[in-house]
Design a protein around this ligand. Structure first.
Ligand SMILES: Nc1nc2c(c(=O)[nH]1)N[C@H]1C(S)=C(S)[C@@H](COP(=O)(O)OP(=O)(O)OC[C@H]3O[C@@H](n4cnc5c(=O)[nH]c(N)nc54)[C@H](O)[C@@H]3O)O[C@H]1N2
Ligand SMILES: Nc1nc2c(c(=O)[nH]1)N[C@H]1C(S)=C(S)[C@@H](COP(=O)(O)OP(=O)(O)OC[C@H]3O[C@@H](n4cnc5c(=O)[nH]c(N)nc54)[C@H](O)[C@@H]3O)O[C@H]1N2
Ligand code: SF4
Ligand SMILES: [Mo]
Length: 693
């Protein structure tokens, strides 16, 4: 047994999924076409041998019977699936697309074509292939708001650059705070390092509207109402000032803190915040004292608190805490949201292909794909209707807000839809031309990480499945037919990576691959902002310049506060809904794997037992959730880990998993969050109704 096991070759690769962990993997290769289990690499100290269960059993996904095999054209109705398609050759597929794009560009202008992608793969070459097509051809641009639009702005407002302290430092921390994230589900490696911290005596605090498996591990769980983090953070700052637990010399040297901030926080008492957040004043004081007493406190900032209309302001308020206590000065102190800016030595724009753009095309907001496709003048301006979509690495028929509108848009008979996918997703089923895509095990790429500091190169391990091609290869084939002759398209993926690494004065792709990554961590002083924060004045900003970040009307509060902009409950909509990530899905990916489906079972509503009593709801009952945008039926599960008036539905299930054929995002607004757009997935008021049997 053992020898047989040892005989299986293991190959290094990088997890491509949209997850901050970007794990270094060891893939069991059975033969040229087949993999076995996937393991975490020990060589990368952040991965430290640990990966999530869904990627460990990746064989189930890469060898899934629903993998697309050949290019296809749709001959039956939209939305039916494989039976509505007929195989065609790559030449016929690419010729058809190029001809249609040329006709549309002639008749309606190039902006009538919208390449649309997201982070199904995070590799820089494959992910940004759709950008290269766009910039080469003058097609409509894409405002990338669906995930990090709000949180980037919120972090930027105070800190001024997208970087922070390495999570591995938490082994030295006295206190770890996980604020608005659920890493047990969404980035398991954080928990590996938190476990080291707690073994060394650190306390763990989790701030989340429900008792997630992460919150269940905490010494203190602050179960606040969604969208009220600004109030909580203000009250903590109020208490820190009351108790004298602030580092005045630090504030003076490194921040714009002044009497104005002090006066502003005077009225933000724990009682004031208790009324807004639903967290008891005593608990707020307890947390503030714990935070104030811990020099080496580390906050792992999640995205959860940002996915509200006031999310950027919440995020900014939270980032003020380590500035108050001066935690940034210490090993194991400070905060992390994402490491994006440490990778600046590699030119992302090279992969975007922006140098090819000779004019400014209009930009469409990806989170508003519903309004865009249904012709909302707010989005289209004086530009043309979108007549063609070219979709790679995303599943908007399932994941986008205002889903009923998205479905209406995709149903338009005059819309020419190209989808390049690995799997028969619900977006793929709407395509006119459907192209089969390779997985990360079948192509090469370069990966940065938001959760750690290594830049990695991953190479093909097995042959492409059937006739699958990578995103880059598909775009190469298209631009060639569209008459573009740019050296960017003469390079293959690895050559592009090599070129970008050389420009950044970094080792070659082969060397980075052989070393399982190159660590781009900054010095202690830079990572802890002891050489200054990202703003021009080098200071942390309590005064947020939201106008500079896009809030032209100045609706977000300049100083940390509770911004009342959220979807407020009312007599007709007494509940607030949070649509949080499921553990064994990754966004809509893995909803095709049997073992994930078995674990997640069915779309489930976590609801407080007393709310259940009020509405005579029992476990397993069908409950309708509704608001002005739509209605969705889910199965109830009484859960005392959520507050009264708050509802949780985990997972971005396929529409087909719901009885009415539309998923949970039918309830989510596409209203852009301040200061500059972003989807408000956790900011929704709803009514509920028990289904009569
Ligand atoms: N298994 C799994 N892993 C994933 C994903 C997945 O779907 N499944 N998605 C991936 C992607 S694309 C991303 S961006 C990340 C997201 O990962 P996270 O940073 O963990 O963020 P969220 O998905 O927004 O939700 C996390 C938590 O925020 C809480 N939350 C909601 N509203 C609020 C609020 O107002 N305040 C506070 N304090 N908390 C709130 C939710 O209850 C939830 O527990 O995870 C990635 N990893
Ligand atoms: N209700 C609710 N909705 C949400 C969220 C939420 O928390 N709640 N989270 C939001 C967030 S943060 C995000 S980031 C979005 C993400 O939503 P999506 O961008 O749709 O992310 P995935 O579901 O991971 O889908 C990526 C798709 O890309 C495909 N793919 C993977 N690799 C490749 C490749 O190399 N080439 C090609 N052509 N295709 C590939 C996969 O098969 C998969 O179908 O969802 C958002 N929607
Ligand atoms: S934890 Fe995230 S990065 Fe690591 S294997 Fe799982 S999905 Fe991939
Ligand atoms: Mo995301």
């Amino acid at each position: 047994m053992n020898t047989e096991k040892n005989a299986v070759q293991r190959h290094y690769a990088v997890c491509p999924h949209d997850c901050p962990s970007t794990c270094a993997l060891e893939v069991e290769k059975k033969d040229e076409n087949t993999i076995g289990r996937i393991h975490g690499s020990k060589q990368n100290s952040y991965t430290d041998g640990v990966i999530c269960a869904k990627v460990a059993r990746y064989a189930e996904r890469v060898h899934n019977p629903d993998r697309l095999r050949t290019p296809m054209k749709r001959v039956g109705a939209k939305g039916v699936g494989i039976d509505a398609f007929e195989p065609i050759s790559w030449d016929e597929a690419l010729d058809t697309i190029a001809q249609r794009f040329q006709v549309i560009a002639q008749e309606d202008g190039p902006e009538a074509i919208w390449p649309y992608f997201y982070a199904g793969t995070m590799g820089w070459c494959q992910q940004y292939a759709a950008h290269r097509l766009r910039y080469a051809m003058g097609y409509s641009r894409q405002k990338e708001t669906i995930c990090v639009g709000i949180s980037n702005a919120g972090w930027q407002a105070g800190i001024g650059s997208k970087k922070g302290v390495d999570t591995q430092e938490v082994a030295e921390s006295d206190l770890v705070v996980i604020w608005g994230g659920n890493p047990v589900h969404t980035q398991i490696n954080v928990m590996t390092h938190v476990a080291k911290a707690t073994r060394n005596g650190a306390k763990l605090v989790v701030v989340d509207p429900y008792r997630t498996p992460t919150a269940a591990k905490a010494d203190l769980h602050l179960k606040l109402r969604p969208g009220t983090d600004g109030a909580l953070a203000c009250a903590v700052m109020h208490q820190l000032l009351e108790d004298g637990n602030v580092d005045l010399p630090y504030l003076e040297k490194y921040t714009d803190f002044d009497d104005g901030v002090r006066t502003h926080l005077k009225s933000k008492t724990p009682e004031w915040a208790a009324a807004i957040t639903g967290v008891e004043a005593e608990e707020i004081v307890e947390f503030a004292r714990l935070y104030g007493a811990s020099a080496k406190s580390f906050i792992r900032v999640g995205y959860g608190m940002s996915r509200s209309r006031n999310g950027a302001s919440n995020m900014h308020a939270v980032t003020c805490l380590p500035a108050m206590t001066g935690a940034w000065q210490h090993l194991g102190g400070g905060a992390l949201y994402g490491h994006g800016d440490i990778y600046k030595r590699v030119d992302r724009k090279f992969f975007h292909g922006t140098a090819m753009a000779d004019s400014v095309a209009r930009e469409l907001d990806m989170s508003r794909i519903g309004p865009v496709l249904t012709g909302d003048p707010k989005d289209l301006g004086d530009g043309p209707q979108v007549k063609a979509l070219f979709i790679q690495s995303t599943n908007p028929m399932v994941v986008a807000p205002d889903l009923n509108k998205v479905h209406r848009g995709f149903a338009r008979e005059d819309l020419f839809i190209v989808v390049h996918e690995q799997i028969m997703t619900e977006t793929a089923a709407m395509a006119d031309i459907l192209l089969p895509a390779t997985t990360f095990l079948e192509h090469d790429d370069l990966y940065s990480a938001s959760g750690h500091t290594s830049l990695q190169v991953s190479k093909r391990i097995i042959n492409p499945h059937a006739e699958c091609r990578s995103n880059h290869e598909v775009v190469q084939g298209l631009v060639q037919r569209l008459g573009i002759d740019d050296e960017l398209f003469e390079m293959d993926a690895l050559q592009m990576v090599d070129h970008a690494l050389a420009q950044g004065d970094l080792p070659s792709a082969d060397e980075v691959h052989a070393a399982q990554g190159v660590d781009l961590a900054e010095s202690f002083e830079d990572a802890h902002f002891l050489n200054g924060f990202g703003h021009a004045d080098g200071r942390f900003h309590f005064y947020a310049d939201w106008k500079a970040l896009g809030d032209r009307k100045g609706r977000l509060p300049v100083l940390p506060d509770h911004a009342e902009l959220i979807d407020q409950v009312d007599a007709d909509h007494p509940f607030r809904l949070v649509t949080a990530p499921a553990r064994t899905f990754l966004n809509s990916s893995f909803t095709e794997t049997a073992s994930s489906l078995k674990k997640e079972q069915r779309p489930t509503l976590f609801i407080h037992p007393e709310d259940c009593s009020e509405y005579s709801i029992a476990e397993g009952d069908l409950v309708t959730l509704g608001n002005s945008l739509g209605q969705v039926r889910v199965w109830a599960k009484p859960f005392e880990g959520v507050s009264r008036g708050v509802l949780i539905v985990e997972g971005i299930w396929p529409n087909a998993a719901f009885l009415d054929g539309v998923g949970i995002n039918a309830l989510i607004s596409a209203e852009p969050a301040l200061p500059n757009g972003g989807a408000v997935f956790h900011d929704t008021k709803v009514w509920i109704k028990k289904e009569e049997k």
